[in-house]
Ligand binder design. Structure first.
Ligand code: SF4
Ligand code: SF4
Length: 170
């Protein structure tokens, strides 16, 4: 099961800053698509704008109260899924070592440290995924803002990252 699975009743209040940053991210992804034919530069740009979105939205997310500077998130429960990937990302992740077990966590999640074991290579979807709801429930159940953002970006991302694949390994 991928991370971006809609859950009924997931809608929550929106902070104005989240809406602003969401619009900026959409615009930047579209700019990226128009920025030239060099696919690798486009991919690099995409991941940078996703990380910039994350750094700006973090203070407005539930994650802010859960993530400690040195030890990260105490649960990492949002990684209890298969990360959403596009064709290019699926190919890259297939080359990496992965855990095989029945934990339900992403095969790249470090179960001991409770963080992402491939942080620098994590997919676009993981980079923009934050709990934008009021409680820990929304760590694993994305609210409407998160779902709409990903759905809106998908067609633009597909032109650069290839077809949307779903959850890695699904
Ligand atoms: S979404 Fe939840 S589990 Fe994931 S990093 Fe944020 S607080 Fe931690
Ligand atoms: S790739 Fe990393 S951030 Fe994404 S779900 Fe897996 S462990 Fe979590």
């Amino acid at each position: 099961m991928s991370c971006f699975v809609p859950i009924s009743g997931g809608g929550t209040d929106h902070h104005a800053a989240v809406a602003l940053e969401t619009e900026k991210l959409k615009r930047r992804v579209i700019w990226c698509e128009r920025a030239g034919d060099d696919r690798w530069r486009q991919i690099s740009f995409l991941y940078r704008v996703a990380d910039r979105f994350g750094s700006r939205i973090f203070d407005h997310s539930f994650c802010r109260g859960e993530i400690q500077p040195t030890i990260g998130c105490s649960t990492g429960s949002c990684c209890r899924c298969r990360p959403d990937v596009f064709a290019y990302e699926q190919q890259v992740l297939e080359l990496l070592p992965k855990r095989v077990d029945a934990s339900g966590y992403c095969p790249f999640f470090n179960l001991v440290r409770k963080n992402c074991g491939i942080y620098g290579l994590r997919p676009f979807a993981c980079r923009i995924y934050f709990n934008l709801g009021p409680t820990a429930h929304y760590c694993r159940n994305p609210n409407d803002t998160t779902l709409q953002l990903f759905d809106n970006l998908k067609p633009h991302l597909e032109r650069i990252l290839g077809a949307y694949w779903g959850g890695f390994g699904d």
